[in-house]
Each structure stands twice: as C-alpha cells, then as structure tokens.
Design a protein around this ligand. Structure first.
Ligand SMILES: [Fe+2]
Ligand SMILES: [Fe+2]
Length: 131
C-alpha cells in the first residue's frame, strides 16, 4: 500500500511543478513498498540517495525562482525546505542504524510535511510567480 497519496489540494496550478511533486511522492512510496520485501541495506541506501538528490534538485529550482524574483517569503520557504532535508538525513541515519526505526520515521515524519508544504508555501509561490 502507498504511504502518501496525491490529492487535488496539493496542486499548485503549474503542471511541471505538480509533476515534480508527484515524482517526490512516488519515490517515497517506492521505498515504503520495497521495505515490505525486506530489502538489503545497500538497496535502502540507494533509494534514499535518489530521494535526497531528487528533492534537493527540486528545492534548488524553487529557490532559484524565488531569488530571481526577489520573492518576499524566500527565507521562510527555504527554511521549510531545509527542515525536510534534515528529516531525510535523519531518515538515512535511522535506516543505517536499524531498518525498523527508519520505517517508523518514514511513516510518521514525512506525510505532514508534504501535505503542509505543497498546499501552503508552494501554492503561494507558484500562484504568485506563475511558474
Ligand atoms: Fe517548496
Ligand atoms: Fe515544491
């Protein structure tokens, strides 16, 4: 079963950004589903690495857009991005120590962030900039 579900309320009104957000959700769901088949530590590490780099690139793109436009909410938005990257780093540490601990953090930690960020920070950003 998927951990995260795309919801219409997540849409920021820009198709390319919605696609990137869906890709982030898909990657989180992929690792969640893989955990059910008891993957080895290398597979988990590889998936988490892919998640981290995909999310980092997406955040870097949004932060470039914000800087280019002197976007007023830049710092708070960037701080919220950093918060998720910290959570993913913690997730990597947890998985390295113990798969069960990592799985618990994955289930509990990330859903709220995605639901909150897309429909607030990202909706305001892409609503104002139009891209
Ligand atoms: Fe964002
Ligand atoms: Fe975003």
């Amino acid at each position: 079963m998927s951990l995260l579900q795309w919801k219409p309320g997540y849409s920021v009104g820009v198709e390319s950004m919605d696609d990137e957000h869906r890709e982030m959700i898909d990657l989180i769901n992929d690792i969640y589903e893989k955990l059910e088949s008891d993957p080895d530590a290398d597979q988990v590490e590889q998936c988490l690495g892919e998640i981290f780099s995909t999310i980092s690139m997406h955040f870097a793109l949004e932060e470039r857009l914000m800087r280019k436009s002197n976007y007023a909410e830049y710092q708070a938005h960037k701080d919220n991005h950093e918060d998720l990257l910290d959570q993913v780093r913690d997730l990597m540490d947890d998985f390295a120590a113990d798969t069960a601990t990592g799985a618990t953090r994955l289930e509990q930690g990330l859903s709220d962030w995605f639901a909150g960020h897309f429909s607030t920070f990202d909706a305001r950003l892409h609503g104002e900039l139009g891209d």
